[in-house]
Design a protein around this ligand. Structure first.
Ligand code: HEC
Length: 148
């Protein structure tokens, strides 16, 4: 009986380790708050295009916010390892035709995430990141060029 319990216990620990490793690999980590108080405030309406394009402070804030909230899935410095979409594609005018379309698609995804049949491929960030933080991240992504 004792032997049986010991085996059971190690089996359970092994499963727990797997579950934890899995959660970490999928970036199931508390999202980080982003201080955007020094940027021009945007109010309650959702804007259609990025008000911070080229704004140095926004790019700096966006760099850090991207690293804390997005890099674990979309790659360091916005270079995807291939499993998730490479967000530099948003900078490719041939891919998205206009800045407005790229901005619209970016906002749709970051606000709603990607949830299919209850499976969270990407968590929604609405209510977690402010609109200011979202556009700051986009301003940073815009400085990263397009993939080859
Ligand atoms: C847990 C992993 C994960 C995290 C964290 C994550 N994403 Fe995603 N994201 C994905 C996956 C997976 C997809 C592809 C979903 C699909 O194709 O349906 C995606 C898709 C996107 C898209 C659409 C890209 C395209 O080419 O269609 C955008 C934009 C995006 N993510 C932005 C972000 C931003 C910005 C952050 C950080 C605030 C973020 N994501 C955090 C996993 C993640």
């Amino acid at each position: 009986m004792k032997m049986y319990l010991t085996i059971l216990r190690s089996a359970m620990l092994a499963v727990l380790t797997l579950v934890t490793a899995n959660a970490m690999a999928h970036g199931d980590v508390t999202p980080q708050a982003v201080d955007t108080s020094e940027l021009p405030q945007l109010g309650d309406e959702w804007l259609k295009t990025n008000p911070y394009t080229g704004n140095e402070l926004a790019i700096k804030i966006g760099d850090s916010a991207y690293n804390q909230n997005c890099a674990r899935c979309h790659g360091l410095e916005v270079i995807s390892g291939g499993i998730t979409p490479d967000l530099r594609k948003l900078n490719d005018e041939f891919e998205f035709f206009s800045q407005e379309e790229a901005d619209g698609w970016f906002m749709t995804r970051i606000r709603n995430g990607a949830v299919v049949d209850g499976r969270v491929y990407m968590p929604p960030f609405e209510g977690i990141l402010s609109q200011e933080a979202m556009w700051a991240i986009k301003a940073y992504i815009e400085t990263r060029g397009v993939p080859e």
